[in-house]
Design a protein around this ligand. Structure first.
Ligand code: NI
Length: 249
């Protein structure tokens, strides 16, 4: 039984000191695939060096919604890396932290979707308190991709899955107050579901309060299998297939 983490940031500074231990925890828990998501160029430099026998790492890079004031030169650097990686992301809209740059965020998001389509690569979408606009953009500018750590309604998740998008759930699915994420799992076809940690953030129960790491994805998978009332092994077979369908084409 093999797990995967479709979204993590173990390429970040939080993991510089004990990355080996984190990678060993992954292996010990059979987490054998992981997407390293870069939100800046330093993350990318570290990502290409992350190697471990028995774990298949992929890399994603994109200009984060925070960075709407990025210079043309730096954008070009990102673009060069985009040609090398497995996915474009995380890109999208964040109206929680950066409500003052909504219009610029939309422009930046759309321009990167166009690049992804041109390079024939999937996108990894970040959307926080912006699902309405995000939905409209994904509807209009069609592409392959996943909504990471999905936090919108189950109805919208269903619509997005019909449009071909994957829906990824993380730690919040296991939290005591989880209601809508549980409905999302029930409403999205199993062949459009993914699991993730978003390490170092959003740690699942029972490790809440600690830094998150990819080995914790096992708790997300267990919870998802429980909600769907299927064997964990059945779920994981499908999740592995979904991940490969999205990122290995
Ligand atoms: Ni992330």
């Amino acid at each position: 039984m093999n797990y995967l983490d479709s979204h993590c940031h173990i390429n970040g500074e939080e993991f510089i000191d004990d990355l080996d231990a984190v990678l060993n925890n992954m292996l010990n828990n059979h987490v054998t695939k992981a997407m390293l998501v870069c939100v800046n160029l330093d993350d990318y430099k570290r990502s290409v060096k992350i190697k471990k026998d028995g774990i298949d790492f992929k890399i994603a890079i994109g200009v984060y919604p925070e960075d709407t004031n990025i210079s043309e030169d730096i954008f070009k650097e990102y673009y060069e890396k985009m040609k090398e990686v497995d996915a474009i992301g995380e890109i999208g809209l964040d109206y929680h932290w950066y409500p003052e740059t909504k219009e610029k965020q939309k422009e930046l998001f759309i321009s990167q979707i166009k690049i992804a389509n041109q390079l024939n690569k999937p996108i990894i979408v970040h959307s926080r308190e912006a699902m309405g606009d995000c939905f409209e953009i994904l509807k209009e500018h069609h592409c392959r991709g996943v909504l990471h750590c999905y936090s919108g309604s189950s109805e919208m998740a269903k619509e997005l899955s019909k449009m071909g998008y994957y829906i990824s759930l993380g730690g919040p699915l296991t939290w005591k107050n989880a209601k809508e994420p549980i409905e999302v799992v029930k409403n999205v076809p199993i062949d459009k579901l993914l699991i993730e940690t978003d390490s170092p953030y959003l740690t699942p129960v029972p490790n809440r309060g600690k830094r998150n790491e990819p080995s914790n994805v096992i708790y997300v998978a267990k919870k998802m299998a429980e909600i769907l009332n299927i064997e964990e092994e059945t779920l994981l077979k499908q999740i592995n297939l979904n991940y490969d369908n999205l990122f290995n084409r």
